[in-house]
Design a protein around this ligand. Structure first.
Ligand code: ZN
Length: 84
């Protein structure tokens, strides 16, 4: 029996971001714990709307859709601004 998902000391992480429904990757772990979203939602929605986010605000479907369209055009890794 596979036990790769059974860690008894913490709740099971979702397989997809609760906000944008994109599959959770290892780099999303921190954002998931802090914002209950993936790193991308944390960066583009939660951080810049922190006060509203904390009171339960979430981006609209249109906002999420627009962001997902952008993500499709982006590379799979992110370069620090200072190296661009
Ligand atoms: Zn997300």
């Amino acid at each position: 029996m596979s036990t790769c998902h059974s860690k008894n000391d913490r709740p099971k992480s979702p397989d997809a971001c609760p906000v944008c429904d994109v599959l959770i990757r290892s780099l999303d772990k921190q954002a998931l714990e802090y914002y209950n979203s993936c790193a991308d939602c944390a960066l583009y929605f939660a951080d810049i709307n922190k006060a509203a986010w904390d009171t339960g605000w979430r981006p609209s479907e249109q906002q999420i859709f627009a962001r997902l369209q952008k993500r499709k055009e982006e590379p799979f890794f992110y370069v620090n601004d200072k190296y661009i």
